[in-house]
Design a protein around this ligand. Structure first.
Ligand code: CTP
Ligand code: MG
Length: 166
């Protein structure tokens, strides 16, 4: 899941510049995605996820990592892209509910990237998903995601990368 987990914190680190919705509103008069979703965050975040995936492919086979799911060029691309597309989709629905950028939306803020990443793999590389996903791994992802999400965001808040600790 590293290629899915890395894009968000990297987007928070490097984000800025023109927003993906170019400042435009949806039919309800509210922003489509909001200022928190930028091209820079999206693109560099995806490349970061693919980058860590390349490292995983490169080091697989050493240090007893043979037992871990074997990443492929396709799987790392889908996981990284899906994670940030899930994040953008989340923001779309968050805006529709009238929640301002950066406000808390408990479950959705945490699992958007998991849903996006796994959905992308399910659609475009189901063989990889079913070869590597077990119930145990899925449960571990569900437990690990909020822990990592909260932990990393608190660190980001302290280093003033994030404006809020969630
Ligand atoms: N970010 C970005 N581009 C993205 C995703 C994130 O630039 N595609 C950056 C933004 O600076 C954003 C920060 O990462 O403020 C934190 O991301 P996130 O918590 O997902 O965004 P929020 O600001 O909370 O906005 P939203 O309410 O839409 O989730
Ligand atoms: Mg947020």
């Amino acid at each position: 899941m590293l290629p899915a987990y890395l894009p968000n914190p990297i987007a928070a680190l490097v984000g800025g510049g023109p927003p993906i919705d170019l400042g435009r509103n949806f039919t309800d008069g509210k922003r489509i995605f909001g200022d928190g979703k930028t091209f820079r965050g999206l693109i560099i975040g995806i490349f970061a996820g693919i980058g860590i995936g390349l490292v995983q492919i490169w080091v697989s086979g050493v240090y007893g990592w043979e037992n871990l799911p074997q990443q492929t060029y396709l799987s790392i691309t889908l996981l990284a892209t899906g994670a940030l597309l899930g994040d953008v989709c989340k923001s779309f629905f968050k805006r529709r509910l009238g929640k301002e950028r950066g406000t808390k939306w408990p479950i959705a803020d945490m699992y958007d990237l998991v849903a996006g990443a796994l959905l992308m793999v399910l659609i475009f590389d189901p063989d990889w998903l079913f070869a590597n996903m077990t119930l145990l791994i899925f449960v571990l992802i569900l437990i690990l995601t909020p822990v990592l999400h909260r932990g990393i965001n608190i660190i980001g808040y302290h280093f003033r990368v994030k404006e809020v600790p969630w």
